[in-house]
Design a protein around this ligand. Structure first.
Ligand code: NAP
Ligand code: ZN
Ligand code: ZN
Length: 349
């Protein structure tokens, strides 16, 4: 075991405090990573504040991890010491079910092992601990290669926000010329804009923050609709083929469904803690609409997304934060004041 510095929550109201975490000695198939940067996802906030249910404390969050390989187990084939690598939202899965065998490990029928807060299926009693820490040890099958030339801090958010938006856009087979809407311009939303543009789509951003309109256009969006402006919403009616909903709070989907054209689909990515208002069946039936959900992405798909982003010059727009500013960054995230992803500089731990 190696003890490394970390920041952990000790209760739903503790915020993040200096702590340590034990990392196992790398086994035959393990990669040990010296973490350099870790993105701050709204899921980290939902989790440590116990908004999604009970949590085992102390808990080190963080699942947008980028760092350098420091040691490898003797059977490791795909990684060598010194390589720049990433870890996203899961560190294991059953590897045997249909979903795992088809490369959809996130939908593992036995439950994927989350990077933090999950029971480690290797021993059944350790709780996994995430990337707000100096190091992590992960089975090589759940480690990604960061393409050469990428800025490491700006690459970190791709490991969750990037793949969570890439996966549904690919699933919906978004093509050149399709019209894509993105609801919420935060971490996921801004990656959704960039990736949809990378796929050749025309992009409309729906935001509750009128002040973000110029920034949305600068990120590449073609149109911005302030969603509290009923007239602007009416002007977008029947215009979109697909919508990614990245909102972290409860909201009414019906006004957004009205902006879909026939055969359009709205994919839910944001996971508010409370139930959402009901969808009007007439809206769905009248235009043969679909409402779905999507969870992060598989391992192979995450690598595909990283390579796609490298090829298209796509990275996250980040604000680097020191460990001592994590609580303030969380509060700003909850207030919708993030441009557009906070990334922890792990050297400040
Ligand atoms: P974020 O950076 O905080 O962005 C969320 C954005 O939602 C805000 O910036 C804001 O954008 C908008 N928003 C907030 N409150 C709103 C409200 N009351 N009404 C309308 N819009 C509101 O969060 P994130 O890290 O992108 O995560 C977003 C959600 O996705 C979270 O619930 C997170 O847990 C979830 N998530 C899901 C997956 C998955 O696999 N499905 C993966 C990662 C995260 P505007 O200011 O532009 O309105
Ligand atoms: Zn996340
Ligand atoms: Zn499985």
């Amino acid at each position: 075991m190696t003890e490394v510095k970390a920041y952990a929550a000790t209760s739903p109201t503790s915020g993040l405090v200096p702590s340590t975490v034990e990392r196992r000695e790398p086994g035959a198939h393990d990669v040990e990573i010296a973490i350099e940067f870790c993105g701050l996802c709204h899921s980290d906030v939902h989790t440590i504040r116990a908004e999604w249910g009970q949590v085992s404390y102390p808990l080190v969050p963080g699942h947008e991890i980028v760092g350098t390989v420091s040691r490898v187990g003797k059977a490791v084939q795909g990684f060598t010491v010194g390589q720049v690598v990433g870890v996203g939202c899961m560190v294991d899965s059953c590897r045997e079910c249909g979903s795992c065998l088809e490369g959809f490990e996130q939908y593992c029928e036995m439950g994927n092992t989350g990077t933090y807060g999950a029971v480690d299926r290797r021993n059944g009693d350790t709780i996994t601990q995430g990337g707000y820490a100096k190091a992590i040890v992960v089975d090589e099958n759940y480690v990604l290669h960061i393409p050469e030339g990428m800025n490491l801090a700006a690459a970190a958010p791709l490991l969750c926000a990037g793949v969570t938006t890439y996966s549904p856009l690919r699933y919906l087979d978004v093509q050149e010329g399709d019209a894509v809407g993105v609801i919420g311009l935060g971490g996921l939303g801004h990656m959704g804009v960039k990736i949809a543009k990378g796929l050749g789509a025309t992009v409309t951003v729906f935001t509750t923050s009128a002040a973000k309109a110029d920034a949305a256009l600068a990120l590449g969006a073609d149109h911005v609709v302030v969603s509290t402006d009923a007239e602007a919403m009416a002007g977008a009616a029947n215009s979109l083929n697909a919508i990614l909903d990245t909102v972290a709070a409860v909201h009414d989907l019906n006004p957004y469904l009205a902006t879909l054209a026939r055969d359009g689909a709205l994919i839910q990515l944001g996971l508010p803690a409370e139930a959402m208002p009901p969808i009007q069946p007439g809206l769905m039936i009248g235009k043969r609409l679909a409402y779905g959900g999507s969870l992060i992405g598989g391992i192979a798909e995450t690598q595909e997304m990283l390579d796609f982003c490298a090829e298209h010059g796509i990275a996250s727009d980040i604000e680097l934060v020191a460990a001592s500013d994590l609580d303030a960054a969380y509060d700003r995230m909850v207030a919708g004041d993030v441009k557009y992803r906070f990334v922890l500089d792990v050297s400040t731990l």
